[in-house]
Ligand binder design. Sequence first.
Ligand code: FES
Ligand SMILES: [Fe+2]
Length: 365
Amino acid sequence: MSATASNGTRIAEMARQAGARLAGRETPFLRDCWYVAGFAGDFGETLKPRTILGLPLVLYRDGEGCPVALSNRCVHRSFPLSKGRREGDTIVCGYHGLRYGQDGRCLQIPGQKNAPNGIGVKSYALREQGPLVWIWMGDEPPADAPPLEAWVGDAGWPASNEYFHLEANYLALHENLLDLTHLSFLHAGTFGTPDYALAPYSVELDEARGRFAVLRTVSPTRLPPVWAKPTGLEGRDAARIARSEFVGPSAHVVNVRFEGLDAPVEDRPDMQIKTAHLATPETAETTHYFIHHARNFAQEDARITEFMHEQLCAAFREDVEGLALVEEMVAKSPPDERYEISLASDRAGVAMRRWLLKQVEGART
Ligand code: FES
Ligand SMILES: [Fe+2]
């Protein structure tokens, strides 16, 4: 074996060992966590099937307007309840007519006088907050609220929502969001500028709280159209100050501040955008990717909401397509060749995955 080949073998082995200490595609999902089950509008009259953490659920809204999430598998012969019908607040299975209440209890069995106690499907705790409905996939929901930030749903932060079905593992999305170096490459045509990858950055690793952030200030810079037009900073020297933070397995929040450098510091308006990237694992290879994007300037201008939504979603689609290519490449590669080499710029993502593996292992013991 040549010196180069043996060096390559050693590096591959080290990369495999390092990867084994990180959460990855094979790591079970953390169930004791609030995940976004859907936008408020996903819960309605109709029975909507949705798989979350590998479990098939049916979602709807009862007559009081409360969202409901039940296991989608009828306990009789496993027919999907989402293919049954609503009758008032109950669901009637489309195969042999077992009737279930909003709490999942079987209330009626056709041809039998009584439904025996204890028969039913699992129901899941939900919390509706602003535009989002959160679900607790663990056993006992905690008293505290999901990790929703105060600006979500606030009238001072006009917003738009988007959903992508991501054909990739949710951790790939979290790593992508903690890695700002890809903006200059994957997003070269949308919101990346060439100077972005070269700008200095810092990371904040808070193991105790499970918070991992990347901070980057690009200044002076010229903003790409998605920010330049709505902020009025087109053709002007500007600062772009970004904080991108993993706040839990289900959520990542990006905050970006923009400043026009030609104005005195005290005259610069407070212009910020905030984006909640909400990752809900569907399976090990697919993710429900919900986005809530808001700004605190030009609040009255609906055209700006539309413009930013279009432009941003073009960029987020690049992530969705890029991560699907990654997933496909991993699937096509032999298992012993799936090791990955992490770079200095992956520090926050690596720390997050190490933390997450510890959480999952801790939850198992
Ligand atoms: S499968 Fe649902 S009632 Fe038989
Ligand atoms: Fe991206």
